[in-house]
Design a protein around this ligand. Sequence first.
Ligand code: 5AD
Length: 351
Amino acid sequence: MSDPEPSLSVSRIEQWLRTSEPQALDALWRRADVVRAATVGNAVHLRGLVEIGNCCARRCTYCGLNAAHAALERYRMNREEILDVALQIADRGYGTIVIQGGEDPGIESEWLAGIIAEIKQRTPLAVTLSLGERAETELACWRRAGADRYLLRWETSDADLYRAIHPPGPSWAGTRIELLAVLRRLGYEIGGGVMVGLPGQTWASLARDIALFAELDLDMIGLGPYIPHPDTPLGRGQVNLPPIDPANQVPRTDAMTYKALALARIVCPEANIPATTALATVDPNHGRALALQRGANVIMPDFTPEPYRSQYQIYPGKSSTAKADAGQGIERLIRQLGRTIGIGPGGRQRR
Ligand code: 5AD
């Protein structure tokens, strides 16, 4: 196949996803790396992640935080704890804090707005939120308080599969794609993304997801392999999925995730794309490095204090991967790859 270009059609994207020919893949990795270097450059931006609570109102069948998971001990960090982590992240010289949590009505909008405002006042940090589907009034309130970006993956753009794994929630009746448009209108930088290798996910639907990254002109793209959680309905194989031909099932492998990542970079040259923790969990020795060499330009080290970090069990193995991120290992890896540490907020640069 000839070199992949930004204007790739859905069927070309699907062809690339199905490729396992080493030479073609080498060309794909090289192309993604060249595009990354030419657009977002050599800097790798570090975003400090704080998981402010694992309470969740939703019952997403793949996620360890889902409300039906009764055995999970729940927590909500308080204002002082969150501000303390924000100051640590700023002290480490990072440019962004990512405030993530379950979709939790107990995270009240005015309360969080006060924390966002204080972070903006006391630090130079950009603030990214990742708190699930919230009402437009709440999203507007946080934006007014100073939040800069919002991450909301749509997990899969296959409507039947989405419905099968996703009981509806109380805050937002529309689709996540529609909510991303609301976030954009409110002035947020927006991030979307999917899991790779969900049971019932076809090559064609993953190709559509990648084309959608470009169509929505995403500022940020999050991609990771689906990792079955044994205490969830999907992980136990108890969910009725739309039937597909097994030959069309996307494998939930690191190799598939690298292909999706490289294609995401090629179709969205300017986006900020992290080497995600899920990828580092399935490929502990190479996940971060290979992602950075195949399109990624961001890493999100986890600053959530224990015992909360261990209780933020979206999927198994996450907290030990996160622990390995602590310390200077990440900075060393970035330098070994001939890259530099990003300075400043590292928002999307439009050309
Ligand atoms: N495996 C991998 N990723 C998962 N996520 C949720 N559950 C899992 C899982 N079992 C991802 C979703 C969500 C993000 C916060 O974590 O994509 O948007």
